[in-house]
Design a protein around this ligand. Structure first.
Ligand code: MN
Length: 223
């Protein structure tokens, strides 16, 4: 499987892997058309716009709107990634098959039974406050599955991203030494960064795979 580097502002709306009416009667043609063509498209456009504006911010060294564009990056980036996956993990009724051997193995191994998994997933999704997602994740750190509620997917993250370099900016991390001068703490913190470890983490993370399109015979056409 080969990933291409995505240049800033070049994301495109992936076509649905089936017809607009293929998910009826569970999801109507009208609903799917609006969801894909309007809602998902808006995420793609918003993500491109945020990335382009951040390119400009870097060029001009002007970060006056950094909070706005970072929020747009998260909101639209997560929306694009989650919807892309959403389309691929659905199929017309009767064609989706049963949980595969590894899926079953991992579900039963962690949740006990398929029914227990299903009950928790359903309830978690149902009880998400306001808008969001129910999500089954593979946690690479623990080599196992987990079910998460994603309340407002923009919470300054992009699902699927693997942390490479992290800076703790909770007050407990710096208040004794820097009081309210968080910026001073961050400036100083750079001198502590272990880049050897960052490099290793990056190599590990790059071994991870999360295709956003249908996989055919173990291959993904990323175009
Ligand atoms: Mn949606």
């Amino acid at each position: 499987m080969q990933y291409m580097t995505m240049p800033p502002g070049q994301h495109r709306l992936p076509p649905l892997p089936y017809a607009y009416n293929a998910l009826e009667p569970v999801i109507s043609e009208r609903a799917l058309r609006i969801h894909h063509d309007k809602h998902h498209k808006a995420y793609v456009d918003g993500l491109n716009k945020a990335e382009i504006n951040l390119v400009k911010a870097r060029q001009n060294n002007d970060y006056a709107y950094i909070k706005y564009w970072e929020n747009q990056l998260s909101f639209n980036g997560s929306g694009h990634i989650l919807h892309s996956i959403f389309w691929t993990i659905m199929a017309p009724i009767g064609t989706g098959g049963q949980p595969g051997p590894q899926t079953t193995n991992q579900i039963v191994g962690y949740f006990g039974t398929y029914d227990a998994f299903k009950e928790q997933f359903e309830t978690a999704a149902e009880k998400v406050e306001a808008s969001g997602w129910g999500i089954l994740i593979w946690q690479p750190a623990w080599r196992r599955l987990e079910i998460l509620q994603c309340e407002k997917h923009q919470n300054l993250t992009q699902w699927g991203g693997i942390p490479i370099l992290v800076c703790d900016v909770w007050e407990h991390a710096y208040y004794l030494d820097y009081q309210n001068k968080r910026k001073e703490y961050i400036n100083a913190w750079w001198d502590l960064v272990n880049w050897h470890e960052v490099e290793k983490r990056l190599l590990f993370a790059m071994g991870g795979q999360m295709p956003l399109m249908l996989v055919h015979n173990g291959r993904v056409n990323f175009r």
